[in-house]
Every structure is written in C-alpha cells, then in structure tokens.
Unconditional design. Structure first.
Length: 377
C-alpha cells in the first residue's frame, strides 16, 4: 500500500528503467548533500504545544500574490515524459486538484501553454492554484525574453530563476550510465526556437550570468521573481537589493555543488539575512508532514518537493501524484494537530529544537561560542 513518500519510490523503482531511476535519485559528486537534506530534517526535533483547544486547521497560504490550498508546492523538475506518457500534463492536473502551486521547469517535455490549458478550470472550485515558471537565464537575451513572454502569456504568476548552475552539476550516475539527454521522440518544448526553423537549442548553463542579468530581467517583467539556489546570506541580501521578490532556498536537491549544507540547516541564517523583507520557499529533503512543519516553523512560507513527485508520476501518472499530494497534506495536517497548531501562523521557531549544526565553534570565539544545541530563535 502506498502510505508514505518512501513507498512511492519503492513502487516506482519496480517499473522504472534503472537508468531513469538513477537520473531521479542521483546528485553531484559523492551525493553528500543529497543525503544531508533528508538527514538534517531527521536531526531536528519538534516541541509541541498542548491544550490549545484548536479544532479547526487551515492549510492555505498566499505567496507573492499566489494563493494555494497547501504549503507544499511542486519544485521544477525536468523531463516528465520520460517517466509517464502524459508527462507534465499529468503532474499539473494533480497539482490543480490539490490546489498546489506547480513550478513548471524550463526543461519540461510539455510546453507551459499546453500545461496551462490542461489545468484551466481543473481545481476543486474551478480555481486551480497558479503555475510558476522556472528558467535558466540564457545568454541569448532575446531568446530569454521570448520565453518570459511565453510563460507570462500562459498565465504564470511568478518566475523562478535558477542561479546555482553556472555549469551543470557532475551527476556521476548519469555519466556512468551514459544518460546524457532525452531519448529520441522527446524534447524540451521551450527550447524549440522558431527563429531557427524549429531547431531544439541546448539549455545553456552559463558562468557569464550575473546580477546584471537579474537587473535586466527585473526591467522586462512585472511578474514576481524568485531566485532559486542562492545559499550565501550575502547573496540573499543582494537579492533583496536587486529587487528580487522571493527566494527558493534550494541546493538543487544536491545536484549542483556537492557538500553544500542541507537547506533546512541554512534556513535560520537566510531568514535572518532577509529579515522578513521577502518570502522564502525551501526545498530539499522534504519527505514527511513533520518536515513541512519544521520548515514553516523556521521561517519558510512554503516548501517544495522534487523527487517525490517524479516517483509518484512514474508509479501512477496523474493518480499517483494526486495520491502523493494527498498523503503529504494528511501528514502535514496530522503534525499540525499534534503540535496544537491551527494553521501555518501558529508554527513558530520555538517548536523546533536544533542540534548544533556542523563543526563545533572554536572555544571562546564568537557570540555563540560553545553554544549547546538549543531552541532556535
Ligand atoms: C530529476 C530532477 C530534475 C530536476 N530538474 C530541475 C530543473 O529543470 N530546474 C530546476 O531549477 N531544478 C531542477 N531540479 C531540482 C528541483 O527543483 C529541487 O530543487 C530538488 O529536487 C528538491 O529536492 P528534493 O528532490 O529532495 O525534493 C531537478 C531535480 C531532480 C531530482
Ligand atoms: O537534472 C537537473 O537537476 C536539472 O536541473 C536539469 C536541467 C535541465 C535538463 C535536465 C535536468
């Protein structure tokens, strides 16, 4: 029976080509960060409140003007048709049914306009949660501009710019398997260039992308912009200064620079750096309702899931993703109830006990020298 996120992975693996399972599960280098994301959630402990008398619970959130019926959104992931013939259409219909925001990947195998068409009127009350669009800024700015227009015309309500990929992460599993691109018959629909007779362009991951490009993007769109993959508190502050509207705190599920910290471990610092000026969405290692509670308590406005969606899609198409989103919402609701919370607004940092992250500070140095693991505030 499919009761947990782990069950979906186990079930999907019985159906999937192991090369494709490796593409989903894998990460960069030794996959230290892949493991760290999940482990860091496990190391955090919840301290519930009691006798709160809360009988009703709400799960709604509004982030950057986008309303959703769940704080769990679908992080952008590539190549859904590799896993199921309906590809992103199945994923998007399931997200619409759950009222969950879906971030459409620039590397999707169905174009964002077709995804938007498939979900129109598909929500429970005819009002599906909006789509956001993820992009890698292409050095060819006219191409990027056309892509932004396409996403905007499709009705996307935010842009998510992935900035952790000046070069592509070294996915050793894929290299060993010789999995380097989509098989014949599948393509990244957004990369079909009408100016070039329908040639499919490769997605450029370019080290020349800089804050100047963010300024340029800020100037050509009025959609909210989120940066995905800034991890340094100084970059979080710079993002605010450059007019960025939100952060997707993400280490790309451990698929870019290996050995970066778990995102949940970074959240308190990033939260302090932006000081409430812009919302933070977190992804990486979210597998349980309690993980969602922990991230929201430590200051995230929402969380994203990547691999779980792909396992569920491979396992059961639209139905699979529907069931996945349902079970995570049930787990989240259950955890809320056990924390004595009636909604996201009751989730505060005092509900989370953090271990002392990383190597201990040098004795006698810094404000929190020798600080034992304690309540995060
Ligand atoms: C197979 C796969 C494909 C991905 N494709 C993209 C992508 O196209 N664009 C992007 O910004 N992030 C991409 N990501 C990263 C996810 O958006 C997300 O950051 C990550 O999967 C979250 O971690 P989780 O898998 O532990 O939930 C991909 C991740 C996976 C596993
Ligand atoms: O694999 C990834 O993590 C990823 O981001 C990606 C981007 C473009 C094409 C395929 C995958």
């Amino acid at each position: 029976m499919l009761m947990t996120v782990q069950d979906f992975e186990t079930a999907a693996r019985t159906r999937l080509d192991p090369v494709h399972a490796d593409f989903i599960a894998g990460g960069a280098g030794d996959e230290i960060t892949v493991r760290a994301n999940e482990e860091a959630f496990r190391r955090l402990r919840l301290l519930p409140r009691v006798l709160r008398g809360n009988t009703e619970r709400a799960w709604d959130i509004t982030v950057l003007g986008s309303h959703a019926r769940t704080p769990i959104l679908l992080s952008p992931t590539a190549f859904h048709k590799l896993l199921h013939e309906d590809g992103e259409l199945a994923t998007a219909r399931a997200a619409a049914a759950a009222g969950a925001i879906m971030i459409v990947s620039m590397a999707s195998t169905v174009a964002v306009d077709d995804i938007a068409d498939a979900t129109r009127g598909a929500g429970e009350d005819g009002d599906p949660a909006p789509l956001w669009f993820q992009l890698y800024l292409q050095p060819d700015l006219e191409f990027t501009r056309a892509l932004v227009r396409r996403a905007t015309d499709a009705g996307c309500t935010a842009l998510v710019v992935t900035v952790d990929s000046p070069v592509r992460g070294a996915h050793e599993r894929d290299l060993r398997n010789g999995f380097l691109d989509l098989p014949d018959g599948l393509r990244c629909e957004h990369m079909v260039d009408p100016r070039e007779g329908g040639r499919v362009r490769p997605i450029a991951m370019s080290p020349e992308i800089s804050w100047d490009h963010i300024d340029w993007l800020r100037g050509i769109t009025s959609l909210p912009i989120l940066l995905k993959g800034a991890l340094h508190p100084e970059d979080a502050r710079l993002a605010v200064r450059h007019g960025v509207d939100g952060l997707l705190l993400s280490n790309h599920g451990g698929r870019q620079l290996d050995t970066v910290p778990a995102t949940i471990e970074l959240l308190p610092d990033i939260h302090a750096a932006v000081a409430g000026r812009i919302p933070i969405v977190l992804d990486g290692g979210v597998r349980r309702g309690t993980d969602v509670v922990k991230a929201l308590a430590l200051g995230a406005s929402a969380v994203g899931i990547g691999r779980p969606v792909m396992w569920a899609l491979a396992e059961g198409g639209e139905k699979g993703v529907r069931r996945l989103l349902e079970l995570l919402r049930e787990e989240f609701d259950h955890a809320l109830a056990l924390c004595g919370a009636s909604g996201v607004q009751d989730l505060t940092p005092d509900l989370v006990r953090a271990p002392a992250w990383g190597p201990p500070p040098l004795p006698g140095v810094g404000a929190d020298a020798g600080r034992p693991g304690g309540v995060v505030s």
